[in-house]
Design a protein around this ligand. Structure first.
Ligand code: AMP
Ligand code: GLY
Length: 424
């Protein structure tokens, strides 16, 4: 039996904990800090996931055999390096490799160095240069804060004025230090699609594609969010396209070995735009996506812990995931006002009723318990309702039926998640 520690507190971490808890090999499962849902899978521990010393101390005390890092912040902070150096297997890349997510300019340079297809760009660390480049190129154009901004540091500007304002906002500190330099990119057109791959020592084992819905409102309108829903697989991706994307991920994996040695053991998330010229990379993330993971792991058949351990120990040949033929649809229930300001502390009702439905899973994200032991909202993205079915029509119907059973004041969701999967 193996004791496992999962770091993070979102819907992704609930999905990770849920899938690990199903493994017959798991002993004690801990989630730090976890949320109102992860307590169903293991024990929440009040550790700061970015505090490497605390994570190592806890892991030694509890005889942890594997640490699984969910979010980007601990990766960028070097928690994987420290835990690895302490002799504990870790699922998650070292800090230098996590710059693929932590710095957009580093990531773009990496893509160019290794011949990976991506949008043309310019990195600028002064406002005047950035404005000059924006004016020279014209709209539409994409302005990205260089550092981590929780998926919200990107503006796709349809006109010059909006682009100039985005540049100005970045340098004025709208994203803190994340915006002290910017990447300005050619605007790519096409459907988006993510491909996640297990990466260990230069090898990639790709997962089925997933599609996120980043904008807040139906019809891809409104501001960018952390993600309002996802589905998997992606019918717009035929076999030839999937092969091409997997080739790109394999090239990227080999490049991680060249640049970071054995330091990349975890997931690499390729965010693609499927352009007329072929798939092009929009970004890399150094971790599982949220909410893509909820849609993808729901389809994982077999023992996830085997795969995670093999990745953490550099045994690429032992990473042999298999996937359900069912399709999945994940709808995010968010707090009213998200991604802007929103209220917390709203009592959540109806989760059990939703979970009783065949084919429905509810992963929790921004939830906690109040003094009366009631489940309450505590974040922007509150719940992820996942439905598994034989077709996207059925999965959508099931997911939205389940969403209707759940209530909290201000509940906000998109009603068009996976609609595109049906229209293909
Ligand atoms: P990123 O964090 O880089 O993935 O960007 C967030 C979102 O902005 C992406 O999911 C796309 O919807 C959009 N985006 C980013 N880069 C581009 C681009 N070069 N062209 C068009 N849209 C983009
Ligand atoms: N859903 C996008 C992300 O996890 O970055």
């Amino acid at each position: 039996m193996m004791n496992v520690l999962v770091l993070g507190s979102g819907g992704r971490e609930h999905a990770l904990a849920w899938s690990i808890a199903k493994s017959p090999q798991v002993g004690d499962l801990f989630i730090a800090p976890g949320n109102g849902g992860t307590v169903q899978c293991g024990r929440n521990v009040p550790l700061d996931p970015c505090d490497a010393e605390a994570v190592i101390g806890f892991s030694k005390d509890q005889g942890i055999g594997l640490v699984v890092i969910g979010p980007e912040a601990p990766l960028v902070a070097g928690v994987a390096d420290a835990v690895r150096a302490a002799g504990i297997p870790v699922f998650g890349p070292n800090a230098d490799a996590a710059r693929l997510e932590g710095s957009k300019s580093f990531s773009k340079e990496f893509m160019i160095r290794h011949g990976l297809p991506t949008a043309r760009y310019r990195a600028c660390d002064c406002e005047a240069d950035a404005l000059a480049f924006v004016r020279e190129t014209g709209a539409p154009i994409v302005v990205k804060a260089d550092g981590l901004a929780a998926g919200k540091g990107v503006v796709v500007a349809d006109d010059l004025e909006e682009a100039e304002e985005a540049v100005h906002d970045c340098f004025a500190g709208a994203f803190g230090t994340a915006g002290s330099s910017v990447v300005i990119e050619e605007c790519l057109v096409g459907p988006e699609c993510s491909m996640l791959a297990f990466i260990t020592d230069g090898e990639a084992v790709c997962m089925p594609c997933a599609q996120d819905h980043k904008r807040a409102f139906d019809g891809d309108r409104g501001p960018n969010t952390g993600g309002m829903g996802a589905y998997s697989p992606v019918p717009a991706v035929d076999d030839a396209l999937e092969t091409r994307m997997a080739d790109i991920m394999r090239t990227a994996a080999a490049a991680t070995k060249e640049e970071f040695g054995a330091g990349y053991r975890g997931v690499l998330y390729g965010g693609f735009m499927l352009t007329e010229e072929g798939p092009k990379l929009l970004e890399f993330n150094a971790r599982f996506g949220d909410p893509e993971t909820q849609a993808v792991l729901a389809r994982f058949d077999g023992d996830v812990l085997d795969a995670f351990l093999a990745v953490a120990e550099g045994r690429a040949g032992d990473v042999r995931p298999s996937w359900s033929d069912k399709v999945s649809v994940c709808v995010v229930l968010a707090s009213g006002g998200y991604p802007g300001s929103y209220e917390k502390g709203k009592v959540i009702l109806g989760i059990e009723e939703a979970e009783e439905m065949d084919g429905v899973l509810v992963f929790q994200a921004g939830t906690s318990y109040n003094a009366d032991d009631e489940l309450i909202t505590s974040g922007g993205r509150v719940l992820n309702v996942v439905a598994l079915a034989d077709s996207f029509e059925e999965a959508r119907e099931l997911a939205y039926e389940a969403c209707d059973k759940i209530n909290f004041e201000g509940k906000q969701m998109r009603f068009d998640i996976a609609k595109r999967a049906i229209e293909v």
